[in-house]
Structure formats: structure tokens, C-alpha cells
Design a protein around this ligand. Structure first.
Ligand SMILES: C[S@@+](CC[C@H](N)C(=O)[O-])C[C@H]1O[C@@H](n2cnc3c(N)ncnc32)[C@H](O)[C@@H]1O
Length: 273
């Protein structure tokens, strides 16, 4: 792991800073963590296991879908909202959005955190300036206080107190949530879980005390997908826990191509209070 990325991390047991040791990290109090041969470090503590979160199949579907560029307008909107040189992506998945943000901010570095080791493996390889770690967003972030210029949270869990702690004064939080029409055609055709209509209110409830809203942008576009990409879109999301991408493939087998699907997301930018 690069020194400038490692410098953003903190020991999940004691908050101490890290130095490198062969194939791992060592904190100032002597807690040691191995770097897996796939390039990520597990900083999990407590009851969660590195196999929690998105499954290998879900992460593979997500990586394939994102690499095909179908969500490029979302990555671009996130990149336009990010600032500074030290980024943190919480629930980063395969690290695709973070990599696009790093491309747009030359000289910046990023930490990708995810509770899924399958996601962490991919994020470790998504960009040379990414350091990837397995961690549970609800348990506390293994990141130094006040070290981060922009926190990204794209469709992922939001631990307001921890996001606030790791941000520099004046730092930004960029949150992406689905809008009411997100994937509406697939929701209707396949009986998928719909978007929570109170999402906006819940965001304000979660973040309002610690963050001030600065901007909100609607990003909407139509995707023309083949059946396989449409099934990947189902298989990478919350529905995959109820039926797999394979089940969606079977349901979509007779669908006409291209499958037209609406993307409708909100990119919220907050300032740290
Ligand atoms: C919907 S995916 C979004 C991934 C990525 N942000 C993207 O948009 O491509 C949510 C991600 O959050 C991760 N996740 C779920 N619970 C988590 C937790 N408690 N701590 C950290 N990551 C978590 C999942 O493993 C998954 O990779």
C-alpha cells in the first residue's frame, strides 16, 4: 500500500497511526494487520466477517456493469462534486466510481472501504492511487480524524458521526441515492423492490445535524441494455439477496432487446458543519 494512502488510515483498535511491516501494517501500539495477496488490508474488528456485505457474484455483476460504462454519468457527477486530494469511499464496492474521481483529481489519493472482501479485492486493483481495506461502516471507520477532503457514499450505508469525524474542516460529503424513477421499468417488469419514497427525508434525518446541504443534482438518463446487462443490474443490487442475477436472466430471457431502463439518482453534496 502506498505511504500517502496508508497515512490516512488509523488502527481500528486504538486509533494509532500505521507504519509498514513486511506484507502488512503495524500501528504505534503494536496491532498488526496483514495485507492479503490480492492487495487489500482487513481492518475489521468485532463480529463482522470479511465475507459479509455483497457476495462474490454480486460484486462481479457490479464490476462488469460499471466497466461497460452504463453508469458513467453517475461517476462523472460524483467526480464534479468531489474536491481536495484525500478521498474516502464508503461501501466502495469494486472501486469504479472512486477510480473515476481520482482520474479527475490528479495527485489525489483514495481509500476504498467495504465490508465485503470480494469488493475490497477488486477495489485494490481499480486505480494505482487507491488503498483498499475491509471495514464495517457501522463499527467506526479505520481512518484518521480530520484527514479526508471528500467522503463519497454511493448507494451505501451512512454513518453520519464517523463521516463527520474523518472529514477536514470545510470537507465535503457526496452522497448518491436512488430517485423515485430509478430502474422503474425493471421494478415494474420483474417485481423488484422499489425505491423508498421517504429517502430524501431519511437523508435529512440522518445527516442534518452534522452536515449542511450545499447542492443537490438530479442525474437522469436512459440506458439501452442487452438482456445480460439488464440481469447484471438486478444481480448487483438489493434484489440479488432475494433472487440472483441468474433468476433475473431467466425472467428476462424473452425480453426484447435493447431493454430500456431509466437511471434516476440524486447526487447530494454536504459541507461538514
Ligand atoms: C449498493 S453497493 C454500492 C457499491 C459502490 N458504491 C457502487 O456504487 O458501485 C453497497 C456496498 O456497500 C457495502 N456494504 C454493505 N454494508 C456495509 C457496511 N456495514 N460497511 C461497509 N460496507 C458495507 C456492500 O458490500 C456493497 O459493496
Amino acid at each position: 500500500m502506498r505511504d500517502d494512502v496508508q497515512a490516512l488510515l488509523a488502527c481500528p483498535h486504538c486509533g494509532g497511526s500505521f507504519t509498514s511491516r513486511p506484507a502488512g501494517l503495524l500501528c504505534s501500539s503494536g496491532h498488526a494487520f496483514d495485507i492479503a495477496r490480492q492487495g487489500y488490508v482487513s481492518l475489521l474488528t468485532g463480529a463482522r466477517r470479511a465475507g459479509d456485505g455483497d457476495t462474490a457474484a454480486m460484486v462481479a455483476e457490479r464490476a462488469r456493469f460499471l466497466e461497460a460504462g452504463h453508469y458513467a454519468p453517475i461517476s462523472a457527477a460524483v467526480a464534479e462534486s468531489a474536491t481536495g486530494t484525500a478521498l474516502l469511499d464508503i461501501g466502495a464496492g469494486p472501486g469504479h466510481h472512486l477510480a473515476r474521481v481520482l482520474d479527475a483529481l490528479p495527485g489525489s489519493v483514495g481509500v476504498a472501504l467495504d465490508v465485503s472482501k470480494y469488493a475490497a479485492r477488486r477495489a485494490a486493483k481499480a486505480h494505482p492511487a487507491i488503498g483498499s481495506a475491509v471495514a464495517d461502516a457501522w463499527h467506526g471507520l479505520p481512518v484518521r480524524s480530520g484527514a479526508i477532503s471528500t467522503v463519497l457514499d454511493v448507494f451505501s450505508p451512512r454513518n453520519a458521526a464517523e463521516m463527520h469525524r474523518v472529514l477536514q474542516p470545510g470537507g465535503r460529503l457526496v452522497v448518491v441515492v436512488p430517485g423515485p424513477d430509478h430502474l422503474a421499468e425493471l421494478v415494474a417488469q420483474l417485481g423488484l423492490l422499489g425505491v423508498d419514497r421517504r429517502k430524501r427525508e431519511r437523508l435529512d434525518e440522518q445527516l442534518g445535524e452534522l452536515f449542511e446541504p450545499v447542492a443537490e443534482r438530479e442525474v437522469g438518463f436512459r440506458m439501452r441494455l442487452d438482456r445480460d446487462a439488464a440481469a447484471a443490474l438486478v444481480g448487483m443490487g438489493p434484489n440479488a439477496f432475494h433472487g440472483s442475477g441468474q433468476a433475473a436472466r431467466e425472467q428476462l430471457a424473452a425480453a426484447a432487446e435493447p431493454v430500456e431502463v431509466t437511471a434516476d439518482v440524486r447526487v447530494h453534496v454536504f459541507a461538514r458543519r
